[in-house]
Ligand binder design. Structure first.
Ligand code: KIV
Ligand code: ZN
Length: 514
C-alpha cells in the first residue's frame, strides 16, 4: 500500500505575486499556471479576483484553461469578494474559494477593529456564502500562529460546521518556530471535535528562514496540505518553497511517509520560468534549483562523487529536471518543430500574427546563436508579448559607441503610439548612456533601484537576460529584456519596466486587509 498523500497548494500566482515588483500579466500568469499543472500541483491559487480587473481576468483565464489542478481564488470574508471569486472561477473544472480573516488579538484590534465575536460571525458567514457557489471552500485564519488557542479552536470548529473543507492556519508573519508551530497544529487537530471533516493546511512565511522547517514540522503533526511557492517567492522574505518541501518529502520518505503528485523533473523548468517572468533571479546556492545545488567544487567531494555518487549527493540532478527539457532547436528547425516545442512548453499565442512574429524572432536568434534552448524560447515569447502591449514604448534600433578614455554615446530610436523618435545621450558607462537617452523621451520620474544581468544559457553566445527595477511613489516594478547583445537587452528591460509602471492592469494586486 502506498503512503498517504500531501496536497500541494501553490500560491506563486497570488502570494508570490505579492513580492514587491513581481506583478505579472494575464498571459504570464497563464503560462506559469500551465507549467504548474504539468508539474502536478493539486491546487493553483491563481490570484485574488477582486483586487483588480487584471487579476480577475488572469484568474478567469486560468480557470477556463486548467483541467488537471484545482484553481483557487482568494477572497476576504465580504459578499462582494466571494462573489467576484466565484465569477472568475465559474468555468473551472475544480474550483476552490479561499476566504480568510485575521484572528490574532493584534490584527483584530488594530487592523480589523473588530471584536472576536464579530470576526467569528463574519468567518462563518463567509464560508456559508462561498458554499453557495462551490463545494470546495478553504478558510484561513490569518496570523494563525499568533492567535489565542481556545479562540482558534472555536473558529475552526465553527467554519468546519459551516462547510469549510480545508482549514489553513498560516504563520503570516514568519514568527513560528518548528517545534512550537508543529505542536500547535497537532493540538488544534486533536482538540477540535469535527477535525476529521477537514484537511488541515499550513502556509508559512520565511521571515526567520524557517518557512520550510515550520511547514514540515506541521506535516509531522497532521497537516495534509502545504501552501508554498516556486523559488520561495512571496510577500517580504517569501513563502515556503515548493521545491524544498517536495524534495524533502521525497528524499526523507523514511521520516515523512507521504507522497505528492509532483512530477519532480518539471521543478527546474518551472523555477526558471518563474524567475524569467518575475525577474527574480535564483541565488546560486539555493537548495534544489540554484545553479550550484549539484555542483561540487572541492577536490575531495569531486573525487567522492566520481567514485560513488551517494557519497556527497542525496538527490539526483536529473530527478529535479536539470538537463531535461533542453531539447535544442537551431537554424534549420522549421515552423513545425518550433510550434511543437512551444506547445510542449505550454506556450500559446493569441493569434497567428503573434505566432509569426515569434517564429521570425526565433529565426533571427538562430542566425546569431547556434543552439536555441527552452530558456531562449521563454525569453523570446516574453519579448513578443511585451512588444504586443498597447501604448507601450518600443525599441526600434540603437547605436552605442564606446572607446577607452571616452564617455560612451548612445543613440536610440523609440516608437510610441505609432511615432518614432530619436534620442541620444552620453553616460558614465554604455548602460547609463542608454537609460539616460530613453529618459530624454519618456521622463518617467522613476528611480533605478536594481540592474542585473544573467546569462540565460551556457556559452559566450548566450542571450543576456537583464532585470531592471524601477521605483516611483512607492510602487516597485521589475522589467526584463533578453538579447544576445546585453545593451539591447538593457534597453528592452528598461522600457519594459517603464511600460509596466504606466499600465494600470499591472497594479500590485494588494488590498487592505491582506
Ligand atoms: O500569509 C497569509 O496569512 C496569507 C493568507 C491570505 C492565507 O497569505
Ligand atoms: Zn501569505
Amino acid at each position: 500500500m502506498g503512503n498517504e498523500r500531501l496536497i500541494i497548494f501553490d500560491t506563486t500566482l497570488r502570494d508570490g505575486e505579492q513580492s514587491p515588483g513581481a506583478a505579472m500579466t494575464k498571459e504570464e500568469k497563464l503560462r506559469i499556471a500551465r507549467s504548474l499543472e504539468k508539474l502536478g500541483v493539486d491546487v493553483i491559487e491563481a490570484g485574488f479576483a477582486i483586487s483588480s480587473e487584471g487579476d480577475f481576468a488572469a484568474v478567469k483565464s486560468i480557470a477556463d484553461t486548467i483541467k488537471d489542478s484545482s484553481v483557487c481564488s482568494l477572497a476576504r470574508t465580504t459578499h462582494a469578494d466571494i462573489e467576484r471569486a466565484a465569477e472568475a472561477l465559474k468555468n473551472a473544472v475544480a474550483p476552490r474559494i479561499h476566504t480568510f480573516i485575521a484572528t490574532s488579538p493584534i490584527h483584530m484590534e488594530f487592523k480589523l477593529q473588530m471584536n472576536p465575536e464579530e470576526v467569528l460571525e463574519q468567518a462563518i458567514g463567509a464560508v456559508k456564502i462561498a458554499r453557495n457557489f462551490v463545494d470546495d471552500v478553504e478558510f484561513s485564519l490569518e496570523d494563525g500562529s499568533r492567535t489565542e488557542f481556545d479562540y482558534m479552536c472555536r473558529i475552526v470548529e465553527s467554519v468546519i460546521d459551516a462547510g469549510a473543507r480545508t482549514i489553513n492556519i498560516p504563520d503570516t508573519v514568519g514568527y513560528g518556530s518548528p517545534d512550537e508551530y508543529g505542536e500547535m497544529i497537532g493540538r488544534v487537530i486533536n482538540n477540535v471535535p469535527n477535525a476529521d471533516k477537514a484537511i488541515f493546511s499550513v502556509h508559512c512565511h520565511n521571515d526567520l528562514g524557517l518557512a520550510v522547517a515550520n511547514s514540515l514540522s506541521a506535516v509531522l503533526h497532521g497537516a495534509r496540505q502545504v501552501e508554498c511557492t516556486i523559488n520561495g517567492l512571496g510577500e517580504r522574505a517569501g513563502n515556503a518553497s515548493l521545491e524544498e518541501i517536495v524534495m524533502a518529502l521525497r528524499t526523507r520518505k523514511d521520516i515523512y511517509k507521504l507522497d505528492t503528485r509532483i512530477n519532480t523533473e518539471q521543478i527546474v523548468p518551472v523555477s526558471r520560468l518563474v524567475s524569467t517572468i518575475t525577474g527574480f533571479p535564483v541565488q546560486p546556492n539555493k537548495a534544489v534549483v540554484g545553479a550550484n545545488a549539484f555542483a561540487h567544487e572541492s577536490g575531495i567531494h569531486q573525487d567522492g562523487v566520481l567514485k560513488f555518487r551517494e557519497t556527497y549527493e542525496i538527490m539526483k540532478a536529473e530527478d529535479v529536471g536539470w538537463n531535461t527539457n533542453r531539447l535544442v532547436l537551431g537554424k534549420l528547425s522549421g515552423r513545425a518543430a518550433f510550434s511543437a516545442r512551444m506547445e510542449e512548453l505550454g506556450i500559446t499565442f493569441d493569434n497567428k500574427a503573434e505566432m509569426n512574429t515569434a517564429f521570425l524572432r526565433f529565426k533571427d536568434l538562430a542566425d546569431i546563436k547556434r543552439e536555441i534552448y527552452d530558456e531562449d524560447l521563454q525569453a523570446l515569447v516574453s519579448d513578443v508579448q511585451m512588444g504586443e502591449a498597447e501604448e507601450s514604448y518600443q525599441l526600434v534600433s540603437m547605436d552605442v559607441a564606446t572607446k577607452t578614455g571616452r564617455h560612451p554615446q548612445a543613440e536610440l530610436v523609440l516608437r510610441t503610439q505609432g511615432q518614432e523618435y530619436t534620442v541620444e545621450s552620453d553616460g558614465s558607462g554604455p548602460v547609463d548612456a542608454v537609460f539616460k537617452a530613453i529618459e530624454k523621451l519618456i521622463h518617467s520620474g522613476t528611480e533605478l533601484k536594481l540592474y542585473s544581468v544573467n546569462a540565460i544559457t551556457d556559452g559566450t553566445d548566450s542571450q543576456g537576460e537583464v532585470t531592471v527595477r524601477l521605483v516611483k511613489e512607492g510602487r516597485i516594478v521589475n522589467g526584463q529584456g533578453a538579447d544576445t547583445d546585453i545593451l539591447v537587452a538593457s534597453a528592452k528591460a528598461y522600457l519594459n519596466a517603464v511600460n509596466i509602471m504606466g499600465d494600470p492592469g499591472r497594479v500590485h494586486p494588494q488590498l487592505d486587509g491582506v
